[in-house]
Write a protein that binds this ligand. Structure first.
Ligand code: PAY
Ligand code: ZN
Length: 336
């Protein structure tokens, strides 16, 4: 198109269009945006991060934002892209937070799962790696449940074989991995993988974040749905020692969000508001990478449409979430 890229804000786009938009930003604003390929997915798609840095401030703090860890949560990539647009194409309006922060934005952390949710199974959550193939053959020829060297049940009759590919990329991180709220069974949506960081996507992200961890002051991961701001820990009901600081800034962030359209948000930990989880990225970012402000945002809605949120909500969800992100950014700038 004459805009130089195919992205609209009125529908959910395929990964190809999203990559074209990223490349467009990188080539049209080379002094502000650099597109970095941090690795490849199981199906060989490039894993891309946009680095936004105006160079106006020396050694600025950094903020990481990812979206699309789960395939079916389409509003998460669109919101990450909307934030990226505000920081780049609308630089003049948002100068303060662009100049004061180095931004790392990865709109689609799980491109294979995202594409699979477009092409084949709209409610696909996991990645698309083929980890259980050998054992899957055994499973098909076996008359009984398959046991992994007698240690733990791996497959169960009744599982739909179509579901036995892929790993839950929010259960695969190397921090209290597979302790609670995660499955051993490759056919389940919360399969944690055979070992921590078994997946190329979580390895690429964690290596990159670790390499920049001194600079990173906030880790934000966008999911849907529930309208919640979740803070660590997921793996235990105990609170982190700086829980009050995380609650204080989290509350300010959702106040900014709610001010825009009145969208109500809850704040708390995953075990208190949803369910216990382990091996999630926000726990790792805080517990291993030492990033103080680590949050999971569960975007719109509360279940009316759920994962099937209409595309008419892309822009309002983007705007209100950007308001929350700016509040976090300003706090990080001032406390540096
Ligand atoms: O870090 O505790 C966390 C994240 C919790 C999310 C998870 O299970 O990974 C929550 C779910 C998600 O976004 O994937 C919520 C949605 C509605 C779901 O699939 O259960
Ligand atoms: Zn999710």
């Amino acid at each position: 198109s004459d805009k130089g890229h195919p992205l609209t804000w009125s529908r959910f786009h395929r990964y190809k269009d999203i990559q074209e938009y990223l490349d467009y930003l990188g080539s049209s604003m080379p002094d502000l945006v650099k597109i970095i390929t941090i690795g490849k997915s199981s199906e060989n798609r490039p894993l891309k991060v946009a680095h936004i840095s105006s160079g106006k401030k020396k050694d600025p703090p950094a903020i990481w934002i990812d979206g699309g860890v789960h395939g079916r949560e389409w509003i998460a990539p669109s919101t990450a892209l909307f934030i990226l647009k505000q920081l780049t194409e609308n630089y003049n309006t948002n100068k303060g937070v662009v100049d004061g922060i180095d931004w790392y934005i990865m709109p689609v952390a799980n491109p294979d799962g995202y594409e699979y949710s477009h092409s084949t199974d709209r409610l696909w959550r996991k990645s698309r790696s083929k980890n259980p193939s050998k054992r899957y053959d055994d499973y098909r020829s076996d008359d009984y449940n398959y046991y992994d060297e007698g240690r733990q049940a791996r497959f169960f009759w009744g599982d739909d074989p179509e579901n036995c590919q892929g790993v839950d990329l929010n259960r695969n991180w190397d921090f209290h991995w597979k302790e609670v709220g995660a499955s051993n069974n490759p056919c389940k949506p919360t399969f944690a993988g055979d070992r921590p960081f078994s997946e190329p996507e979580t390895r690429a992200m964690s290596d990159f974040i670790m390499d920049h961890s001194e600079q990173m002051k906030a880790y934000l991961t966008l999911h849907s749905y529930s309208q919640m701001l979740l803070l660590p820990w997921g793996y235990t009901k105990q609170n982190p020692k700086d829980y009050d600081d995380l609650m204080y800034l989290g509350r300010k962030a959702i106040e900014s969000l709610t001010r825009m359209y009145g969208t109500p948000y809850k704040i708390g930990t995953s075990p208190s508001l949803l369910y216990p989880t382990s091996g999630s990225s926000d726990d790792w970012a805080k517990g291993r990478a030492g990033i103080k402000y680590s949050y999971t945002l569960e975007l719109r809605d509360k279940g009316t449409f759920g994962f099937l949120l209409p595309a008419t909500q892309i822009v309002p969800t983007g705007r209100e979430t950007f308001a929350a992100v700016k509040t976090i950014a300003k706090h990080v700038m001032n406390s540096d």
